[in-house]
Ligand binder design. Structure first.
Ligand SMILES: [Zn+2]
Length: 288
């Protein structure tokens, strides 16, 4: 059964490790992530962007697939199904469809409007036992066609949103979605420290986990980051393994064109990436 992300993230914050949010795109992605989490006894968050939700034909399909898969694969570790960068309307649809967690990305609204909409969602999520992630300070890079410029959040605004009663808070600390440019200046630990001090026990979320050096990830966890989003890295490893299979001509040998064979190396590659991240984040064995 799907769970809210609240308990797993509070445990992670207290235990100084982070739970990975791995975004899903289809059945292979979901299966690879769930099986790896179960094998490694790690809690996990399945992220679904609005674009991916649409691709999978809608949120109800996603909920049906994930619930079915958890039952048939005997997944017993805590799993949250989470809307990534949701609009207000997207959040309402996911609440109705049976997600266990949502992110409302109000970072592009003026702070007062972000506060107003977040307050409404805090109330609904509390009634439904769901977790809610809020965002302050837009996160750079491209997410479903929206381009932002790695900003640093205002720590006082973070406190204002955290105090509304959200479950976890994403604050821009110079992080970017997608691949990092060569001239990237790194994470702003000064901002992270200030946000962490003002928000106390609030689990903080680091978006754009792909390409941040390992030492910076570890330092961010030590300063209060308890959830790290990984998306691009699974896409890159899936694509590389699929490319290799085809370039080696394996789809032309025997029944190598069978989609179950053709997609297998990519699926295994996602598993390896998820395992690597769970090791780095320190979440292995934490679901026991
Ligand atoms: Zn993000």
């Amino acid at each position: 059964m799907l769970v809210s992300a609240k308990e797993m993230l509070q445990k992670a914050k207290a235990g100084k490790y982070a739970v990975g949010q791995f975004n899903i795109n289809n059945l292979e992605w979901t299966k690879a992530i769930l099986l790896t989490a179960q094998e490694l006894k790690s809690p996990v968050i399945l992220g679904v962007s609005e674009g991916a939700g649409k691709y999978m034909t809608g949120y109800k399909t996603v909920v049906g697939m994930v619930n079915g898969m958890m039952e048939e694969l005997n997944i017993t570790v805590p799993v949250a199904l989470h809307l990534d960068h949701g609009s207000y309307e997207g959040c309402m649809k996911c609440i109705e469809a049976g997600f266990s967690s949502i992110m409302f990305d109000g970072s592009h609204f003026p702070i007062d409007e972000n506060v107003e909409k977040t307050t409404e969602l805090v109330k609904i999520c509390a009634e439904k036992g769901m977790s809610l992630e809020a965002e302050v300070g837009s996160i750079g890079g491209e997410e479903d066609g929206v381009i932002g410029k790695g900003e640093c959040a205002d720590p006082q605004e973070c406190k204002k949103i955290a105090d509304l009663g959200v479950t976890m808070l994403a604050a821009g600390i110079g992080n970017i979605h997608g691949k990092y440019p060569a001239n990237w200046e790194g994470l702003s630990f000064e901002t992270l420290q200030a946000v962490s001090e003002l928000t106390g026990d609030m689990p903080l979320v680091l978006h754009g986990g792909t390409g941040i050096p390992e030492d910076q990830i570890k330092k961010a966890i030590s300063l209060g980051v308890a959830k790290i989003n990984v998306n691009t890295e699974c896409q890159l490893s899936f694509a590389a393994a699929t490319r290799k299979y085809i370039e080696e001509g394996k789809d032309l040998q025997g029944k190598g064109f069978d989609p179950r064979k053709l997609l297998a190396p990519g699926t295994e590659a996602i598993k390896a990436t998820v395992k690597e991240k769970m090791e780095l984040f320190g979440s292995i064995g934490k679901a026991e």
